[in-house]
Design a protein around this ligand. Structure first.
Ligand code: HEC
Length: 148
């Protein structure tokens, strides 16, 4: 129920309302979106590893989840969300890192959009998808305490 109401709030009110969220709510919202990214990534990793058959519809659904999350995530890093129930590294709020974080989310979304157009079959999937997933690792490397 709680999960649903957070989702509805994000969906209905959009990013401007999200900016007015309390720090704890912003943390909750960004972690929910990231969990969605994680869940959407599992089946495509299984395909890349040859543990599941290639399925274009699933790949497209995953990429759409990424596009959606990438467009919403930047709104959920207000200054009062630096501490709390979060694994985001405090360095995010130093210097120009917030702008860097935004740019990374933009690139992540743009790569997902490009991949949606480029992936037509298993060969193009294998050629394109690892580059999209690199966005996760690159950002976590710098800004996520657990480096997932
Ligand atoms: C531009 C930066 C950025 C990108 C791109 C990014 N992440 Fe994250 N991710 C974060 C940050 C920051 C956190 C920590 C959030 C927190 O704890 O407040 C996080 C947390 C997570 C979590 C933990 C969620 C939880 O339970 O708290 C998962 C899972 C995750 N990301 C998966 C992914 C996947 C999969 C991708 C790529 C498909 C991805 N992320 C792309 C920055 C990013």
């Amino acid at each position: 129920m709680r999960k649903l109401s957070v989702f509805v709030a994000i969906f209905v009110l959009g990013a401007s309302a999200a900016l007015a969220m309390s720090g704890a709510d912003a943390i909750k919202a960004r972690r929910e979106l990231m969990k969605g990214d994680g869940a959407a990534t599992k089946p495509v990793v299984a395909m890349l590893q040859g543990k599941a058959p290639f399925d274009l519809a699933t790949v497209q659904k995953t990429l759409k989840t990424y596009q959606d999350a990438a467009s919403k995530e930047p709104a959920f890093f207000p200054p009062d969300s630096k501490t709390g129930d979060t694994n985001a590294l405090p360095v995010i709020w130093d210097d120009d890192n917030l702008a860097d974080l935004d740019a990374r989310f933009k690139k992540f979304g743009a790569d997902a959009t490009a991949a949606l157009a480029a992936i037509k079959d298993e060969a193009s999937f294998k050629a394109t998808m690892p580059g999209v997933l690199q966005n996760c690792n690159d950002c976590h490397e710098k800004y996520h305490a657990k480096r997932q």
